[in-house]
Every structure is written in structure tokens, then in C-alpha cells.
Design a protein around this ligand. Sequence first.
Ligand code: DLZ
Length: 163
Amino acid sequence: MASARKNLSSYDENNLPDAAPMSFGIAVADWNEDITHALYEGCYETLVKHGAQAENIHTVQVPGTFELPTAARLLASREKLDAIVCLGCVIKGETQHDEYINNAVSQGLVNLSIATGKPYIFGVLTPNTHEQALDRAGGKHGNKGVEAAVTAIRMAALYRSNK
Ligand code: DLZ
């Protein structure tokens, strides 16, 4: 049982575990590809910047965000991965499609994480407008693909320390 009080450290992009020994999957959706491909670039570059080897980063491209959980599971069955990042963008429209897709995908990724004991990272933007999406894909709110990569590295390190 944990007894001592942990000194909580602040994590940011400059204070991360070394990703050199780690393997990652990235599943990226093509819907709103001006956004999702920018998320992918931010994610990929961040993994490499923190030491991940190109040959240990496996990418799969799917039509839409709804397909991400299936593709992520497929990747994880093909390769030995420490974490799988899922990148997509579902923009709110006139119908409730966004709610159906976002709920299904977030639930799907949680289910996969729990069932497999591996981190599946939710890197899906759920904006009201295309402009809000741009703001989060390299614009004024940064690039959420970078944040997804940071989360993947942290979670991979946590799982590795538990082996
Ligand atoms: C059908 C659809 C719609 C309307 N909107 C989006 C969206 O904003 N973002 C996205 O990633 N995908 C969208 N899709 C496609 C679905 O994710 C999925 O590819 C199709 O319903 C086929 O399963």
C-alpha cells in the first residue's frame, strides 16, 4: 500500500520521460484533414523529439473519427506498442452526428484501455466551429496533437514502471 506522500512534479513538454525505448501507434482520421493532419504532424514530431525511433512509430489512416477505435485495436494487435494515440476532429453541425461519434469513440477508447491494460489516448477535437478546430491544430490554443503525444509518453512510462 502507498504510504509516503508523493512530491508531485509539474509536467510539460520539457520535462518528460525518455521515449527512446518506447513504441507507439497513431491512428488518424481523414475527415477534416486540414485539422487532423496538422494534429498528426504535431504528435509525430513530439514523439520523435522525445526520443522515439521512427521505426517504432506505427501509423494507420482511417476515413473518419468513428473508425479510430477499431483501427487502434488493429494496430495494437499487429505491433507491440506502449501507447496508441487516436487523432480526429468532429465539428458540430446541424444534426447530432457529433454526439453519436464522440460518445462512441470516447467510450470505445476507454473500453479498450481497460480491457487491454494499455493506454489509448483520446486526441479528438470536438469543436463547435472550424475556426475553433484551427485554433487547436497549431493556432492560438496550440496543437492538441502535441498534447496527445505528451500524454502517450507519460502513460507509457507509467505502464512500464508497473511491469
Ligand atoms: C459522417 C461524418 C460526419 C457527418 N462528420 C464527421 C466529422 O465531423 N468528423 C469525422 O471525423 N467524421 C465525420 N463523419 C464520418 C464518421 O466518422 C464515419 O467515418 C462514418 O460515419 C462511417 O462510419
